[in-house]
Every structure is written in C-alpha cells, then in structure tokens.
Design a protein around this ligand. Structure first.
Ligand code: PLP
Length: 468
C-alpha cells in the first residue's frame, strides 16, 4: 500500500523555511562529522572498488517506490559521501587546485540554495543581481585599477571564463589565432575548438624577442593567452613584456589567472602580477586560491564595452519595454540562462576577511609551499623541480623512473593516506603537491615526505597494493 504523505515536503524559503531547515541541517552536520571520522584520512582506502561498494550499500535503490524520508536520505548519503570524499580540508589532500572551502562560504551556500535566486532576470534576483553587479565591479577594479569602466562576469570557473574571453576576442577582432604557452590550460584549446577558431599555437611567451617575431609573422588577428599561475607548476608568464609586445603589434591579450589571480590580495606578492592590468580580459577562479566552494569563477574585462556582444533578448526575461521602464537587463552577463547566485558566498567572504584576511591566506599557502620545497631540497633522496612561485611544488624520488614515480602516487591514493597530483615537466613525470590548505603545518609536510619515501609500489602492505 502506498502511504500518501499528508502534505508536500516543506520548502526552504519563506518565513517557515528556517524552521524546516534547522533539524535537517543538524542531520547534515552530524553526517558530515561521522563520515569524516570514519574515513580517518584524506580519502577512503581501497581505491575505486571499495568506494563503489560502500556507496552502493548506502544508496540501495536510487529511486525507491516509497521514499525513505528526509532524515534517512540525508543521513545515509551525506555520511557516505563524506566518508568517500577526497577531502581537501585534510592537509595530506594536496593533488589539485581543489580548495578546502571556508566554513563561512559553505554557510553562505545554504542561504543561496534556500533563496534560490536565478541570475537571468531581475524579477528572479532583485537583490542578488545588485550584489553581483557591485561585487563584480569591485573585483574588476582590483584587476584593472586604472581602467575606465572595468567589469566582471561571474562564471562557473576558469574553463567558462577562458571560453568567454576567446568568444569576446573573436567577436571584436574576427577569427583570432590564439597564441599561448605550452603549459596553457587545456580549456584554452577546447574553447578555440568550440568557437571554430584555428587551433591555438604555442608561442615562446617567455622570450620577448621570439614572441615579437611570432606576432610579426602572424597573418591575421591574434589573441595572446598568457597564464598567471600554470596548473602544473604555478609558473607566471612574464606579463609586462608580453603586454608590451602585444601592444606594439595590436594583438589582444587575455591572461588566465585562474590560479594566480588572488595574489592581488597580498601586499607581499601583488608585484608578481605586474602587467596584469594591461590585459583585455582576465580569468579568475575563487574556487582555487579563494577558498570558495565550487563554483566561483570570474572573467574580468578592462572595459565593460567589451561585453556588448553578449547582449541578447528573450521576450520573457528582458523585453525591451521592461528594460526601458528601468528593470535591469541581466541576460547579457552570461551565456547561461538559469544561474546560481555564486556571488553571495564570494561577497560574504570578501566582507568577512577583507583584503588583508584573504592576502594572509594567500601568503600562508605560498609560504607552506616554500617550506615543502625546503624539505625536498634538503632531502638526499628527492629532487625538487624548482622553487615554487605560487603554492605548487613538483618533486620526485631521485633516480626513479617515470613509471615508479607515477606508481607512488597511485599507491598513496589507494591506501587513502595521501592525495598527490602528477605533472609532466621537462619530459619527466613529477609528483605534484598543490598546497591550498592554510592550516597545513611543517609537521604535515614531513608526514607527506615520509609517506612518499615509504610508498614503493610493491611494499606488500595490502592496503597499499595497487589494483592490477
Ligand atoms: C583550473 C584552471 C582552469 C580551469 O578552471 P575550472 O574552474 O576548473 O573550469 C583554467 N586555467 C587554469 C590556469 C587553471 O588552473
């Protein structure tokens, strides 16, 4: 027999929303805590097989005929997900630009979800759209302090920001040839493909004379896409020289500062981004060095006029007479339609921490990277790729083959004891530690090194044996 619920489940918004949410949030918080405790490390041991079967047990039938109710569904799945997470809040989880979100930003997400503004029209997001306009402009002014009318779009991340940058360049200049460094983010290549542009060519961005020759030889319009903080090593292209060369040749300049952009908040490190303000467009990603839950991307533009090609009318969202009567037209601020108010957590974080608080977090993780580099450099059995610029450290066991280096990473992953990334640099495989956790201490770094030392692929420990 089917049990008819007496009334539909409660809603998150309105005056009754908070009362409905309170017990559910308590359930979620308890489940987050017990899942993290039962995991007991940066990720669950046992690799995909163990994770898949634990998840299958918790999930059961994904669409039962009769629902289990909110408590059971929340408890079972939040606990299973917490248990089965690679948790960037654990200092030994340091593979990717996968940030440990600040508690306050996660709390802000609850408000965003409960209110559910959609950023595609004013009548779905009156205050949220005003907040987005103010915060986006304020961040754009950080990037372009001398710009006449800087502005920024809120995006789903660096991939979308880079795509928009290439689109805006194409709309302004025609089918641009993108020139980028060999370690430019893969999304630059995909964006060119998606937009029907010629495949990006790698150019010697670090060599001004060679870049000058490449631009002089280009037959048509060019967009130089430089990177401020490469994904693999955190390297920053020499922006002042690149900007100078682009200006001389009338080439457009985009800077992908998805990783390095928040150096702007640090008094001690802002100088590393000198020249950034000479770009036409700049990608920023606050779900990396900004400690935001995904998604928190931005594309800053030097001049709001660059955004004109995104203007678009849909009668039900921004009819001309509505716009003439003073309702803000939001549709031209994204290629998406329904869109989350990601700006809320960003705004709350900026206000709560201030520039100094954010700059301090940036400085902390950058100096953690220096600490790890010091430990590696002093270690007789490890090689350091180079001194870190941002918060990424590449290292490898001295004399190890690429295969053995890659296997160490997998051994640690499958054991659940540490999450390191991998990078290819100078033709070799390196272990990559991307340090984004401001709570990481030198002791954690020493543990990490000890784990790497102890992780030969065939050390016989069942927990560390890779799957065949
Ligand atoms: C992470 C990253 C991107 C892509 O950003 P997403 O938020 O993952 O879409 C682009 N460029 C660089 C340099 C990155 O590090």
């Amino acid at each position: 027999m089917r049990a008819e619920p007496p009334s539909p489940p409660p809603l998150a918004g309105g005056t009754d929303g908070p009362a409905a949410l309170r017990p559910l949030v308590r359930t979620v918080l308890d489940a987050l805590g017990s899942g993290a405790r039962s995991r007991g490390g940066p990720l669950p041991p046992g690799g995909p097989e163990a994770v898949d079967s634990a998840l299958a047990r918790a999930l059961g039938d994904p669409l039962p005929e009769d629902g289990l109710g909110p408590d059971s569904a929340l408890r079972d799945l939040v606990e299973a997900l917490a248990h089965g997470s690679a948790d960037p809040a654990d200092p030994l989880c340091a593979a990717h630009l996968h940030t440990p979100p600040l508690a306050l930003a996660a709390a802000a997400e609850l408000a965003a979800a409960a209110l559910n503004p959609s950023m595609d029209s004013w009548d779905q997001a009156p205050a949220a759209s005003a907040l987005e306009a103010a915060v986006a402009r304020s961040l754009a002014r950080e990037v372009f302090p001398g710009g006449a009318a800087p502005d920024a779009l809120v995006t789903g991340g660096g991939t979308e920001s880079n795509q928009l940058a290439l689109l805006l360049a194409r709309e302004r200049r025609g089918a641009v040839q993108v020139l980028c460094g060999e370690d430019a983010h893969h999304s630059v290549h995909r964006a060119a493909w998606l937009l029907g542009l010629p495949a990006p060519r790698t150019a010697p961005l670090r060599d001004p004379a060679a870049l000058d020759r490449a631009l002089a030889a280009a037959p048509g319009p060019v967009l130089v896409a430089a990177t401020a903080g490469t994904t693999d090593s955190g390297r920053i292209d020499p922006l002042p020289g690149i900007a100078e060369t682009c200006a001389r040749h009338g080439a457009a300049l985009h800077v992908d500062a998805a990783y390095g952009g928040p150096l702007l908040f640090s008094d001690a490190r802002r100088h590393l981004l000198a020249g950034l303000d000479r770009a036409d467009t700049v990608t920023l990603d606050l779900h990396k060095l900004g400690w935001q839950p995904v998604a928190a991307g931005l594309l800053a533009v030097r001049d709001a006029a660059l955004l004109a090609p995104l203007g678009h009318t849909a009668h039900y969202l921004n009819a001309e007479d509505d716009t003439e009567a003073g309702l803000p037209d939001l549709l031209g601020r994204s290629l998406r339609t329904t869109r989350r108010p990601d700006v809320l957590k960003i705004a709350i974080t900026l206000r709560a921490l201030g520039r100094r608080g954010l700059g301090d977090l940036v400085d902390r993780v950058c100096s953690t990277a220096q600490d790890l580099a010091d430990l590696v450099e002093k270690h007789p059995a490890l090689d350091l790729h180079g001194r870190p610029v941002l918060s990424t450290v590449l290292f490898r066991p001295r004399g190890a083959s690429d295969e053995r280096t890659a296997a160490i990473r997998r051994t640690l992953l499958l054991s659940g004891r540490a999450v390191l990334g991998r990078a290819r640099a100078d033709g070799r495989v390196w272990l990559k530690a991307t340090l984004l956790n401001p709570h990481t201490t030198p002791d954690h770094l020493r543990t990490l090194i000890t784990l790497v030392e102890g992780s030969t692929p065939d050390d016989g420990d069942a927990r560390t044996r890779p799957r065949s």
